[in-house]
Each structure stands twice: as structure tokens, then as C-alpha cells.
Design a protein around this ligand. Structure first.
Ligand code: COA
Ligand code: MG
Length: 294
């Protein structure tokens, strides 16, 4: 059930135009890297960024880090070339910006087939338009369609604020219904979901609070804009020793012969059901995958 689980606690964006950042990425303790050709790169630097990113990806050296290239949309002058170049370079995934509906992903998936992309190449989708929020369930459901190969959705909260005019305030009250809708959409489709970025990267306290909120919402991890955000993010999204110990304890309890035919038992004064043991097994699998990586 938990075979192939992949920690995605942190996903650091870096502009493809920043050669220094692409190199530095090889030394950062981060789960995923999003090498950006889109919002972080100005039009004049698009081609240079594409060349730099593709050389870096093809050159390798990123170890266990999941390498993701964010392309420009197909409706822009750069999208088609970005897609072809990214397929050639061979990252782990391509992140599609401003997805409005499943058709946007299906179109890219068809192109991947035509370009002869490896079956291991996955798609990630940005959830950052009002249309995406209204079509969230259908977009998440692409996780069930092997042709589309969707494995993760990413909240684009800055674009959402721009497009909806909702304010990004501490606590994110206005965004919360959309964030939780997308969590439900991701879970229904069996894909991971990453929370949006926290722009004020010098504000450690505010960032830690937003990470904690993401954990509470059920996010698998958070997108980051600066290396100094990584440690706090990992502290929030890694299972704690107490959670791991509890997960082991309830699984051991259900493994006892006297509990073999029970659906609910008592452990340390708390009712636990087999669903809690299942949740615990996921915690243990994530913790083991993190430990195997470090
Ligand atoms: N990825 C990798 N390295 C990064 C980085 C990132 N996102 N952000 C900063 N760094 C590196 C810098 O290159 C610098 O390295 P050096 O010391 O070897 O020169 C070091 O970290 C310190 O950087 P700092 O001076 O604190 O920040 P800055 O002013 O150079 O850059 C930003 C600030 C916000 C412009 C930069 O962090 C950035 O570009 N972030 C990503 C933006 C992005 O991709 N947005 C799109 C998605 S929301
Ligand atoms: Mg965006």
C-alpha cells in the first residue's frame, strides 16, 4: 500500500535564469526542486533559462532530489519549445502552470506521447486560476488516468490572489476554502498536494506558522522560494518521534493475537480503529523514506 512512497515535504523554486542557484541546488537538503521557466523568468531571459535548465537536468548531480521543470503555458510563445526541451533533458516531472481544466493536462499528455517521453516522466499541475478551483475535482481525477500521469498538484497562491483579488493575510482565511477543496481533490485523485509559497522569507515566525497550518490542512509539503526556508519546512512536515512511536504502538496492538478479530481497541485510554493503524503505517513509511534519504 505504501510501496514507492516519496517524501515531498519541500519543493524549492529557483529561476532557470539563475545559474548559481541551479548549481547550489545540488548541495541543498531539499526533497524537490522546481526549476522555473515561467513566472520567475522575464521574457528576455526565457531562452537562456531553458538552455541552462536543460543542461543542468541532463547533466545530473541532483541525487535523490525530485527534479521538476516548470514550463511556460502552451498558449505562450515559449511553451511548446519548453516542453520539447524538458522531455529531452529528462527531469522527474514537468509542472504545468495555470491549468484550468483536465483538457489542459490531457493536451500535454498527448504531446508527451508524441515526443516519446519516458513513462517515468510525471506531470504536476499548478492550481492557481479561478477556473482550476471550480474544476478542482476533475483536475485531481487526472491522477486516476494513467495516460495523464499526474502525480502532484501545487497551490499557486500568489496567482490566486491576483486572479481572485482575495488577500493573502496571516491565517489565510480567504484562501482556506480553496486550499481545502484542492486537498480533497488531490486525495480523491490519489495525488500529492503542495502548499503555496510564503513570500516574506525573512519572517521565520510567520513562515513556521504557515507550515504548521499546511500540516494541519493535510498538505504533503510546501513550495519554497529561498533555501533558508528548508529546515523549518522539514521540521513541520516530517513525522515527529512521538507520532512515529504512537503509530508503531497502535500497529503492534492490532498485531496481538487477542485483537485479531477486533475493529476497535483501547490504547492508553484512547479508542483506536484499524483506520488509525492504517494512518500510522503511512507515518512510518514516510519516516522510513526520510531516514533512508539522509
Ligand atoms: N534557489 C536556490 N538558491 C537560492 C534561491 C533559490 N530559490 N534563493 C536564493 N538562493 C541563493 C542565492 O543564489 C545566494 O547564493 P550565494 O550565497 O551562493 O550567492 C543565497 O541563496 C542567498 O540569497 P539571498 O541574497 O538571500 O537572496 P537573493 O536576494 O539573491 O534572492 C529571491 C531573493 C527572492 C530573488 C530568490 O530567493 C529567488 O529567486 N527565489 C525564487 C523565486 C521564484 O522562483 N519564484 C517563482 C515561484 S513563486
Ligand atoms: Mg504562478
Amino acid at each position: 500500500m505504501t510501496v514507492g512512497i516519496r517524501p515531498r515535504r519541500s519543493a524549492l523554486y529557483m529561476p532557470g535564469s539563475n545559474a548559481r542557484a541551479l548549481e547550489k541546488a545540488k548541495t541543498l537538503d531539499v526533497d524537490c526542486l522546481i526549476l522555473d521557466l515561467e513566472d520567475a523568468v522575464v521574457p528576455d531571459a526565457k531562452e537562456l533559462a531553458r538552455t541552462q535548465i536543460c543542461e543542468a537536468v541532463a547533466g545530473g548531480g541532483y541525487g535523490e532530489r525530485e527534479v521538476v521543470v516548470r514550463i511556460n503555458g502552451l498558449g505562450t510563445p515559449w511553451g511548446e519549445d519548453d516542453l520539447a526541451a524538458a522531455v529531452k533533458a529528462g527531469p522527474d516531472a514537468i509542472l504545468v502552470p495555470k491549468v484550468n481544466s483536465p483538457a489542459d493536462l490531457q493536451r500535454i499528455a498527448l504531446k508527451l506521447a508524441v515526443l516519446g517521453a519516458s513513462r517515468d516522466l510525471k506531470l504536476w499541475a499548478m492550481m492557481e486560476t479561478p477556473e482550476a478551483l471550480l474544476n478542482a475535482g476533475a483536475i485531481g481525477a487526472c491522477g486516476k488516468d494513467p495516460q495523464v500521469r499526474l502525480s502532484c498538484v501545487v497551490m499557486g497562491t500568489n496567482d490566486l490572489a491576483k486572479e481572485t483579488r482575495a488577500r493573502l493575510t496571516p491565517g489565510r482565511a480567504a484562501m482556506m476554502p480553496w486550499l481545502m477543496t484542492c486537498v480533497a481533490a488531490a486525495r480523491a485523485g490519489g495525488v500529492d498536494i503542495l502548499d503555496g509559497v510564503y513570500n516574506a522569507f525573512q519572517d521565520e515566525e510567520g513562515f513556521a506558522a504557515e507550515c504548521a497550518q499546511g500540516v494541519e490542512m493535510g498538505m504533503d509539503g510546501k513550495t519554497l522560494i529561498h533555501p533558508k526556508q528548508i529546515d523549518t519546512c522539514h521540521a513541520a512536515f516530517s513525522p515527529t518521534p512521538e507520532e512515529i512511536a504512537w503509530a508503531r504502538k497502535i500497529n503492534e496492538a492490532f498485531d496481538q493475537p487477542e485483537n485479531a478479530d477486533k475493529g476497535a481497541i483501547q490504547v492508553e485510554g484512547k479508542m483506536v480503529e484499524r483506520l488509525h493503524a492504517q494512518m500510522g503505517r503511512r507515518v512510518i513509511a514516510i519516516a522510513e523514506a526520510i531516514a533512508a534519504r539522509s
